[in-house]
Design a protein around this ligand. Sequence first.
Ligand code: FAD
Ligand code: 5PR
Length: 390
Amino acid sequence: MEHQTEVRGQGSARHAEIAGAGFAGLTAAIALARRGWSVRVHEKGLELREQGAGIVLWNNTLRILDAFGLTEEIERGSMRPPFYETRMQNRIVSDEDVPGIPWRTMTRPFLHSVLSSAAIREGVEIVTGSEVVEARDAGTLRLANGSEVSGDLVIGADGVGSAVRDSLDIRYERHQARDGITRFLVPRCKEELQAIEPDTEWDNVIDFWNLEPRVLRVLYTPANDRELYIALMAPADDAEGSAVPTINLDVWTSIHPQLTPVLKKAAGIEGKYFRYQTNRLEQWTRGRVALVGDAAHAMAPALAQGGGCAMMNAYTVAEAASAASTGDIPDALVEWERIERPYTDRCQTRSQRYADTRGMSKGGQFVGENNETALYDPTDPRRHDDVVAR
Ligand code: FAD
Ligand code: 5PR
């Protein structure tokens, strides 16, 4: 074998190797670099960018971005819609201003560029075109080019199809819902929409549910003053509703005529239909390797916390590894999973229940236990005082 194992971090700084430059990998990289680690991220894509559409961030992630000193930059490129509105068959069932929970909407390419620029400023090395094919629990990654790299900590943040997870033979259960979604970023078209429906507040998030005569839902989310994120949900067995790469414009405008200007824009873009899924792993860590983000806990998007939990767990695993001595990192990762994972497990369960029942169509979602994840503050060092005391 000609593998060369490159040993890094022999100076005072400890070294981490990360697979994947998505929201999870970049968050872990920034958090580690800020705690004095040398960090390298391997991204299989040839360019450092994010292809998705829009995202909603809640307190749990806004706290992390604030801890990174990124609040101003995030606020400049995102928005805080006045209300989160839910409609059923075009009747308003709730208008929630989500009291007590900071939240913002933005595009995914914007969030990705803020995080990747911050990582580079913090001294993180990001290698594009670098595909990870295998991880070992001793703390090594094997790359597609045949080389091998090692760190005191290895993070698998390589998304739902994780090679890190699969090479460690970590098993998981997958649950698929009957529905799925096609997402687009389109121009706001605010004046045209206003002309069609003058009484509507087109700066709101509006969740347009329609269950009769068929299930076709449009989640309308303004992401800034120029860009709109629209997500089109239809059952996987509805060939017309789930048609891609080009949506079936006639079908969608017949149910949601007031959205015609933006649906027309979406029809000019190639879309991908994603079936909702939830993955639950038997464990998130193996030796010096920790999995975070969709690699560890892909979830239904109902509570808009897939990226949220990805960033939370990336942030807290960096904190846990930093607090441990190098020899104790494997044990610290096990303890991290024990303490942090229950929050994500509960969020996955709630999101899956909403996705399975289409229960969000009833509105009034920002109540009680649904808010647990959104309210969580992963940057609060005292957040587990009551848990640890037990
Ligand atoms: P990914 O974003 O999948 O990133 C993985 C990265 O690893 C990619 O860059 C990939 O190229 C790279 N990679 C993969 N394999 C390898 C390999 N073998 N070697 C090297 N690199 C590799 N969540 C929310 O919290 N709120 C929302 O409002 C929300 N809306 C969403 C809207 C859309 C359009 C989508 C698609 C998802 C949404 N989610 C939302 C979910 C959230 O975005 C995901 O949970 C999140 O992106 C997961 O981040 P990640 O870094 O774990 O994985
Ligand atoms: N909320 C958000 C979202 O993007 C989706 C859902 C809820 C922000 C779909 O991606 O319920 O499907 C949902």
